[in-house]
Structure formats: C-alpha cells, structure tokens
Design a protein around this ligand. Structure first.
Ligand SMILES: [Zn+2]
Length: 310
C-alpha cells in the first residue's frame, strides 16, 4: 500500500489515533492534511494550514473559541462563521486575530474530500508496515501512566492530580456514567459544556484563561492540553530549564487543584468562578506550599510573585 493520499477508512483510523502518541507527539501530527471541502478536518486541532495545529500559534483566540473541535468548513469559506465566547478585544488578541485573518486569506476550499498525507516516510508514502514499525519502536505506555509525585505540594493535591489524570474524580459526566446523577451535567464553572475532567481542566474557557495567566506568570510558552493526560509532562514542553521545570510541575499541580476548588465553590457556595481570583489563589497557595515544603524556605513573596525563582 503506497498511496500518497489517505482517505475514507484511513481517515477514520487516523482519527482513532489522535490520542496515541509517538515520542510525546500525537499521531495525527504525523499526517499532513490536504484540505478539500474542510468537512473532515478540525480547524484548531489538526495540522492543516500550518505544520502545527492552529491552537499552538493562536492560543488566545483558541481560548475564546466556543467549539474547540470545530471543523475547517465551519470557520472558513461559504459556511464559515466565528463562534466566540466573546469577540477578541485585547491588543494581544487583536494582533493574533489579524495574523490569523491574513493566513486564512490564502486558503480556499474546494469540492474534494479532505485527505491526509503521511509524513512518516516521504519517499514511499504511507504503509501499514511502516506505521507498525513506528508504533512498535516508539510504543507509548501512557495508559500505564508513570506518575511522579511533586514533593513540595501536599499529598491531597498529588492524589487529586493522579485521580484526575486517571479520570477518577467526581465530575458531572463521570457521576452520570456511574448512574449516580441524572440532572444537568453542564460545567460547574462556565455552564457551557458537559463537565468532564478534560473539559474542566483543559478546554473550559475559564481554565484556558487561567493556564494562559500561569504561562504568562512563569514566563513559559503557552500552556494548553489536548486532554488531561498531557498535564503530567507539560512542564517539559514549554521551554523551561531543568530547575524551573521542577517548580513549574508543582505549579501545574496547584493550578489543577485551584481550578477544581473554584468549580466546587461555584457549585456548592455559589461563588462566581473568576480567572483572576483563581490565578491569585494559585500564586498564594503555591507560595505557602513551596516555602514550607521545599528546600527554598528563604524565598520571598516578591520573588515568587515575579516568578524570579531560578
Ligand atoms: Zn467550563
């Protein structure tokens, strides 16, 4: 099988493979999309107009997008419409917006079905053998998650993140799946989508705003997740040095903890979930934990607040 382009069954296979990873890269990134009518390709999540998915280059706009998995045809061309939580308005958002519009000016859809081109072996194209070889060689064991605890955050926080990654925390969706709940399953924070653990920690627009603020505070590349499993080693992929990574990992754990708390506060105490409040909690709780539980007891609030830690 040496087809240069992959369609139909192959496409559904590729879709199935989205969650598998080779050396930390989703397998769908090993396929390049050739867009036709844009009805099979995800606008933000698939690599189509650039070598990387658009969410990587346009994280602020992605945070505003209401339907994170929307198709290209829903955003570009004849049927294309934007669907934001609110319109881009900050200077940085407008800048991204202009850049995206310029990029999309170059795009035109046609009547062909979308196809996927294998990046694995340009010379011979896609082959089942080649794929098998790659999978065996780089077999990903993420299901049997190796979970290293962070020493400077409390046990309850480590356990929470571990359970979250295994999808064992009581979200509305998981309660419903276990027949423990039959009411409204919408997110406790934004009320705009089913409250799964992926939604709550990764895709909820409030969580996305919080992660943006965390990356801004810690001077890293944008932090975002395809799903909750990515949380485990995100600290390795945002351009932080060795020392900073260790601290960042604890901050990621603390952030998950604070988002979960904010959701509970909203649901049980009717306290509005506010990204600014959440990031403030992350900084102060993180400071408390880091100062009392790490080797760096002398760290000052001023330094912590500016993330001047290495
Ligand atoms: Zn939400």
């Amino acid at each position: 099988m040496h087809n240069r382009y992959i369609t139909g069954t192959w496409l559904s296979m590729v879709k199935e493979l989205e969650n598998n990873k080779v050396q930390g890269v989703s397998l769908n990134l090993l396929f390049k999309v050739v867009v036709g009518n844009g009805r099979a390709v995800k606008f933000w999540l698939d690599p189509w107009v650039l070598p990387e998915p658009l969410l990587m280059g346009f994280p602020l706009l992605f945070a505003l997008e209401k339907r994170k998995s929307c198709l290209v045809a829903k955003r570009v061309g004849f049927e294309g419409r934007w669907d934001w939580y609110r319109r881009p308005r900050s200077e940085a958002e407008i800048k991204e917006w202009r850049r995206l519009c310029r990029l999309l000016d170059e795009v035109s859809l046609n009547s062909n079905t979308d196809s996927w081109k294998w990046r694995g072996d340009e010379k011979h194209g896609f082959s089942v053998k080649g794929m098998k070889k790659l999978l065996i060689k780089e077999k990903d064991f993420s299901d049997k998650l190796i979970f290293k605890w962070v020493r400077w955050v409390p046990k309850k926080c480590n356990i929470f993140v571990w359970k979250a990654v295994m999808d064992r925390v009581p979200t509305m969706v998981s309660l419903q799946a276990r027949n423990c709940f039959t009411g409204d399953v919408n997110c406790g924070m934004c009320n705009m989508g089913p409250e799964s653990i992926d939604h709550l920690l990764c895709h909820c627009h409030i969580a996305i705003e919080v992660w943006n603020a965390v990356s801004f505070w810690c001077h890293t590349a944008p932090i975002f997740f395809f799903d909750v499993k990515d949380i485990v080693d995100i600290h390795k992929h945002v351009g932080a040095g060795k020392e900073k990574r260790k601290i960042l990992k604890g901050i990621v754990w603390t952030t998950c903890w604070c988002i979960w708390k904010a959701k509970n506060d909203r649901r049980f105490n009717e306290i509005e979930a506010n990204p600014v409040e959440i990031i403030h909690n992350i900084k102060s709780l993180g400071f408390l934990w880091f100062k009392s539980r790490s080797q760096r007891k002398g760290i000052s609030w001023e330094k912590w607040y500016k993330f001047d830690v290495c």
